[in-house]
Design a binder for this molecule. Sequence first.
Ligand SMILES: *[C@@H]1O[C@H](CO)[C@@H](O)[C@H](O)[C@H]1NC(C)=O
Ligand SMILES: *[C@@H]1O[C@H](CO)[C@@H](O)[C@H](O)[C@H]1NC(C)=O
Length: 237
Amino acid sequence: MHASNILLSAFALAGLAVASPVEVAERQAAKLRIMPLGDSITEITCWRALVWDQLADAGLASQVQYVGSQNSNPQNCKPATANWDQHHEGHSGWLAVDIANNYLTGWLQKTPADIVMFMLGTNDVVRGKSTNDIIGAYTKMVNIIRAANPKTKIIVDLVIPLSIGSSSAINSINAAIPAWAKGLNSTDSPIVIADCSTGFKTSDLRDGVHPNLSGDKIIASRVGPLLLDYVKQSLGK
Ligand SMILES: *[C@@H]1O[C@H](CO)[C@@H](O)[C@H](O)[C@H]1NC(C)=O
Ligand SMILES: *[C@@H]1O[C@H](CO)[C@@H](O)[C@H](O)[C@H]1NC(C)=O
């Protein structure tokens, strides 16, 4: 072996032994970035953990990461995959309109994403925002997501029911989503709908708002397969 190659190998070995923070960052940047975006139904629930299990079962976990400014597991979820990625952009109590108007641009600058999946609107409904306001916020979010990365793949969830108060406002958002999504769909930045609503009973809620394990499983079963499709397409599998 040539002396300079030996030297290079020694450096390579040293690099493997102790990866510098920069190297770790580069390795992580190479992974496909998935942002779980939402309110408490994203933050203090276990469906994102269950979806991670689906990624792991499909052998994809080492090639993807969840991204977002949050890194937490407030419900102490214990999925099959112990080292699941706990990053997310779920914010308890937050409204779609505020996220669209004031926060999403900055979040995507801090933690860029290749795939964004979101469920939002529940808190808007509780605070009396109209379906038009909420769908307007969705449009603004899609525009922000695409401005940050024109090739972002998007999953929008139909919103789970709410047993505190009337469910008609949630039904109204869900009824508006299909035509809205179709209107903004594009080849470069597709939008697909995860139907988290059909068959989701208020008895799948632990407190009238948040899914219990049964509800988490329903959400994961609707979001996961669409996410796996996106991940496989993105990785050329
Ligand atoms: C958007 O386009 C993709 C790819 O053509 C399609 O699979 C998807 O169902 C479309 N989404 C909607 C909401 O129509
Ligand atoms: C979810 O909560 C409902 C209502 O309390 C209950 O009937 C159901 O057994 C719970 N399911 C799970 C999996 O915890």
